[in-house]
Design a protein around this ligand. Structure first.
Ligand code: TRP
Length: 458
């Protein structure tokens, strides 16, 4: 068998994996979620979810990939006596398609807005109604969004075709430092504005009365989404690792970078929004409608908004490549297709499914079976509410019942590790993760079927 391509360096791997983790979830979803769900109180719950459930499942996925040197489907086949676990590999590969189909649509928006800012087309915006109408008109057009999302997908395909070292690793190494530096500059810019403290208060002042069981569900679901868990991304990325690396430390690095970037994005956005006397708004469009006007009020607005949308584009790109890699690596490992063939065929299929997502936003074609919800939102909901948690739960159960905690610890314990992991402790963590995720899933399914929820409505 041909030798599997490996990451070039540990840093390269950490940047690629955190590139997967850092994406629209951090900059587009997280700040609004914090704002709507109790500020610092929500952040706290989110941090607990990330470090308990997130870290254990992240490490489990990396280990499954590294141990087998295969992507998810092949990895479960190789590691399990019972064939039912292989289902998890297939589920993950399917989830990747579902997520990518709406992800590329938003990726296309970030590309379009980067160009609009760069060439000064957003300079004349001064009222929210004006910028909302530009955004809403754009996303409900029939053809133009398709052009942008196809371009976004073509860039993703280009990176993946070039493989691990020369594709994913190379581009993550270029883009991640950019994202981090640019976001820090934006955050400092925001903090230096008069009145920025209001933004910090909004973000970091705990409001415990806003915390409901639903926000806990949200925090947990988001910790899966933001760490790219529950669908085999990290299994695929782990499969390009060799045995030399201390996985526990790498896992902690990935989580710290991801959380740091989400918080800095929150600071950059809310300090600026509050300092300029605006109010954060709910909803997906916030970043595309409110921010451009806010940037216009700053000196050098065109530059700041170009910086922001470009970094958002790069963050989306390092994530979409990791999603496409899941599908590509399945066809390369299991069907023996060439990397080029599988990337192009599946990239093409996703462009088509993505078109249905985009057209459901006003382009005149909504193929969602539930008529009051758009196909775009349906893809988002199915994946983040059901597929990722199911995937995550199965990983956790897989470690407890099939792979065994003692083997997990053996894979993790590295000679340079400061931590000595205790078997009972690790088992406890996986048990807690399984129970929490399992409960949330049961509740989601119950509320889907009955219209009300075990833990009470919002
Ligand atoms: N983590 C990315 C974000 O925060 C999105 C993402 C990439 C993802 N790969 C994934 C989510 C795999 C779930 C599973 O935007």
């Amino acid at each position: 068998m041909k030798n599997r391509e490996n990451w070039n360096s540990r840093l390269g791997f950490i940047l690629a994996a955190s590139g997967s983790a850092v994406g629209l979830g951090n900059i587009w979803k997280f700040p609004t979620m914090v704002a709507e769900n109790g500020g610092a109180a929500f952040t706290l719950i989110y941090l607990i979810c990330i470090f308990v459930v997130g870290l254990s499942i992240l490490l489990a996925e990396l280990i499954i990939g590294r141990k087998t040197q295969l992507s998810a489907v092949g990895a479960y086949k190789k590691l399990s006596k019972k064939k039912m676990w292989v289902f998890n590999g297939f589920l993950g590969t399917l989830s990747a398609d579902v997520i990518l189909s709406f992800y590329v649509v938003v990726g296309g928006w970030t590309l379009k807005y980067s160009f609009l800012s760069l060439f000064g087309f957003l300079n004349n915006l001064n009222s929210l109604t004006q910028s909302e109408s530009i955004f809403n008109n754009f996303i409900s057009l029939r053809f133009e969004p398709l052009f942008w999302q196809s371009s976004f997908m073509l860039i993703t395909i280009f990176v993946i075709i070039n493989g691990i070292k020369n594709g994913i690793e190379k581009w993550s190494k270029i883009m991640m430092p950019f994202i981090i530096i640019l976001l820090i500059i934006l955050a400092i810019r925001g903090l230096l504005l008069d009145g920025s403290v209001e933004g910090l208060k909004f973000l970091f002042n705990p409001k415990f009365d806003l915390i409901t069981p639903h926000s806990i569900v949200l925090a947990l679901g988001h910790s899966f989404f933001t760490l790219s868990l529950g669908m085999g991304t990290m299994v695929a990325y782990g499969s390009y690792l060799n045995n030399k690396q201390n996985l526990l430390m790498s896992g902690i690095w990935i989580i710290v970078l991801d959380t740091f970037i989400a918080l800095v994005a929150g600071i950059a956005i809310f300090t600026t929004v509050f300092a300029l006397g605006s109010e954060p708004q709910e909803g997906a469009g916030f970043i595309f409608t409110v921010l451009p006007i806010i940037f216009n009020q700053l000196i050098g607005g065109q530059l700041w908004s170009t910086v922001f949308f470009t970094l958002l584009f790069m963050a989306a790109l390092t994530s979409s490549i990791s999603l496409l890699e899941v599908v590509t690596s399945y066809f390369v490992d299991e069907r023996k297709w060439s990397r080029k063939k599988s990337t192009i065929i599946f990239g093409g299929i996703i462009i088509i499914v993505g078109m249905f997502c985009s057209l459901s936003l006003g382009g005149g074609l909504n193929i969602s079976p539930f008529k009051n919800i758009t196909f775009f939102n349906l893809m988002d909901l199915i994946s983040s509410k059901y597929m990722l948690p199911i995937g995550g739960l199965l990983v956790s159960l897989f470690i407890i019942f099939e792979f065994k905690v003692s083997n997990f610890i053996k894979e993790l314990n590295h000679k340079n590790s400061f931590f000595i992991l205790n078997k009972k402790f690790v088992l406890l963590i996986f048990t807690i993760s399984s129970i929490v995720v399992g409960f949330i899933l049961i509740n989601e399914i119950y509320s889907l079927l009955s219209g009300s929820s075990i833990i009470g409505n919002k």
